[in-house]
Design a protein around this ligand. Structure first.
Ligand code: ADP
Ligand code: MG
Length: 387
């Protein structure tokens, strides 16, 4: 049994792998990076596997689009951001490169280097390895398994792909395998390989089916390329399936936990709650909820703010604003109060079903979180239980 934790900070101390999941745009990548910074600060050797960092966030971590290998953040950068890193602590960041991970697998699992080379140069391979739905999620898991036991790291924080729906992360690998392994595909290869003994009509029908399964591919020589490709991939099917099972098993480990990131909006909360159920069904441990970008009530909630007060406030600062500034200020204040009350109300649903899982609320900051200073602040907030 995994040790029960009361805080995200305990989770960081007791787990080896943390995976941030949640709906698109809620702050998975940011939370993963901030946890990475916070853990490094505590003296852990952290590997942060990130997927779609905003350009400025990637730059803060030393990742550029040209580099896909792991890069360790220079300790001097932490120092200049005012972040004191305990002796031994380090943060290594790495951008997940789906195609490269796929290429590495093909090379490893092909029976001969020639077969691997043939597959890698296949026209359809490029499409499947980069654009087929689910590939990115599957490869994120593959990468995780590859680095999970790397003795150079104490903690691995895995960010998940920017899918619209958090559940895609759990379902996509199986969908990918199903698509590649479908009987339609196999039947199609056989029909094609039997050379001449099939009717074009049948080929056209099965091609249409396949197109529906894997998406639209344009360009000439499709059928030939498809048959060759599937033939080549066929021998890897066993390998992929077995690995998917291993990946799933690894995710059930006591040393793994999911950090479910959400906003306070009802759709995002619903999704994360549903995800929680799915994790429980799959016996995959969840670790903590992070309600990110939570709207905090402005000071003096409850007391109505009048326009006269707002006008006095403006005057006392010695600034000259437009005539309607007091009215707008009062409205903005009232909106902020309402927003905070709404967020608090919505999060109650989460508290009611979270059970013993900690919930950390993180305030909506005034700016995006792109530099080490902000990541440090966010990391500290996450570790201290949020607001
Ligand atoms: N607490 C926060 N306050 C303000 N901006 C935030 C906060 N958390 C994240 N952001 C910003 O929100 C945007 C989306 O975050 P990101 O981590 O990329 O989301 P995801 O990975 O879930 O798609 C980024 O520009 C990030 O800087
Ligand atoms: Mg992201």
């Amino acid at each position: 049994m995994a040790v029960l934790v009361q805080t995200l900070s305990e989770l960081v101390d007791s787990r080896r792998v943390l995976i941030t999941v949640g709906a698109g745009g809620v702050g998975k990548t940011t939370t993963a990076a901030a946890i990475g910074v916070a853990a490094a600060r505590r003296g852990k050797r952290v590997l942060c596997l990130t997927i779609d960092p905003a350009k400025r966030l990637a730059e803060s971590l030393g990742i550029t689009s040209m580099r896909t290998e792991a890069v360790q953040v220079d300790l001097a950068l932490f120092a200049s951001a005012g972040i004191e890193v305990k002796a031994g602590g380090s943060l290594t960041a790495m951008m997940l490169d789906t195609k490269r991970t796929f290429d590495e697998l093909v090379v490893r699992y092909s029976s001969t280097p020639e077969k691997a080379a043939r597959l890698l140069s296949n026209k359809l391979y490029k499409y499947v390895s980069t654009s087929l739905a689910g590939t990115q999620e599957y490869m994120a898991m593959e990468k995780l398994v590859a680095v999970k036991d790397d003795a150079r790291y104490d903690l691995i924080v895995l960010d998940t792909p920017p899918t619209a729906n958090a559940l895609d992360f759990l379902d996509a690998p199986q969908r990918l395998i199903d698509a590649l392994d479908s009987s339609t595909m196999k039947w199609f290869v056989q029909a094609f390989e039997s050379g001449g003994s099939f009717s074009l009509n049948l080929v056209a029908r099965s091609a249409a089916l396949i197109l529906r399964t894997i998406g639209r591919i344009t360009g000439g020589g499709f059928l030939e390329a498809m048959a060759e490709f599937i033939g080549e991939l066929n021998e890897l099917f066993g390998g992929f399936k077995e690995r998917a099972a291993r990946v799933e098993e690894a995710l059930r480990g006591d040393d793994v936990a999911f950090v479910l990131v959400t906003s306070a909006s009802p759709p995002s909360l619903r999704e994360v709650l549903y995800f929680k159920e799915r994790l429980a069904e799959a016996h995959m441990p969840r670790g903590a909820f992070v309600v990110n970008r939570f709207h905090v009530a402005p000071p003096c909630v409850g007391a109505a703010v009048s326009e006269a007060e707002a006008a006095r406030g403006i005057a006392s600062r010695g600034v000259t604003l437009e005539d309607d500034a007091p009215t707008r200020l009062v409205r903005a204040y009232e909106d902020a109060v309402k927003l905070a009350a709404l967020d608090a109300y919505h999060v109650r649903a989460l508290s009611a079903s979270a059970g013993t899982t900690p919930i950390v609320r993180i305030a909506e900051l005034e700016t995006d979180v792109h530099d080490l200073i902000r990541l440090g602040e966010l990391g500290a907030a996450l570790m201290s239980g949020g607001i």
